[in-house]
Design a binder for this molecule. Structure first.
Ligand code: CO
Length: 188
């Protein structure tokens, strides 16, 4: 099942998410999230973006190799679900990279983030993992992890850039935006 994407301005995106129960129902949610992300051509998706305030996000860098310069040639494939995740450490030189978000269509901006993360989470088989990720995968993980903390990439843009996108953000809030996927806007 493809979920509609919760748009910028909807308070659901601003909630701090809580841990979820790892049961059969969650497997259905995760499958639906992957279906939704693929439908939207995303590289990541977090539960609040589909209206679920649980600590779940998915990451898929496998379709990005070499096509846009975001992912280095030697970076391994990461297609993974992160359940009840906790970032343990962020390290390596901070880099600036342009980000976008399915909940904020048409807006892109440079965000500075540390190069690597060490994260503890449960995978799709509900096995506890502690892993280190670098490069583009680390970038996606940090972006999605922010979602489950109620933080959006536009919060992290420089103030000049924030000014530049202010009207566009207002338009998205009002539902004045064109996407190939279905969105759910804030009730006005
Ligand atoms: Co996002």
């Amino acid at each position: 099942m493809i979920y509609p994407i919760i748009a910028y301005g909807n308070p659901l995106l601003r909630r701090t998410c809580t841990d979820v129960a790892m049961n059969d129902q969650l497997k259905v949610v995760v499958d639906n999230m992957f279906e939704t992300m693929n439908h939207c051509n995303g590289v990541g998706l977090a539960a609040p973006q589909v209206g679920i305030t649980g600590r779940i996000f998915i990451v898929d860098n496998t379709k990005t190799k070499g096509d846009d310069g975001r992912r280095a040639e030697d970076e391994p494939d990461v297609k993974e679900v992160f359940i009840n995740a906790e970032i343990l450490e962020e390290f390596d030189k901070p880099t600036s990279m342009e980000e976008g978000c399915l909940s904020i269509p048409g807006i892109y901006g440079n965000v500075v983030r540390p190069g690597s993360v060490r994260i503890r989470y449960y995978d799709g088989n509900y096995q506890l993992q502690v892993k280190v990720f670098h490069g583009f995968a680390a970038r996606i993980i940090q972006h999605e992890y922010d979602h489950i903390e109620g933080i959006l990439f536009v919060d992290k843009l420089k103030s000049v850039k924030k000014q530049m996108i202010r009207r566009k953000l207002e338009d998205i809030k009002k539902g004045v935006v064109d996407t190939k996927y279905k969105m759910k806007f804030a009730s006005l």
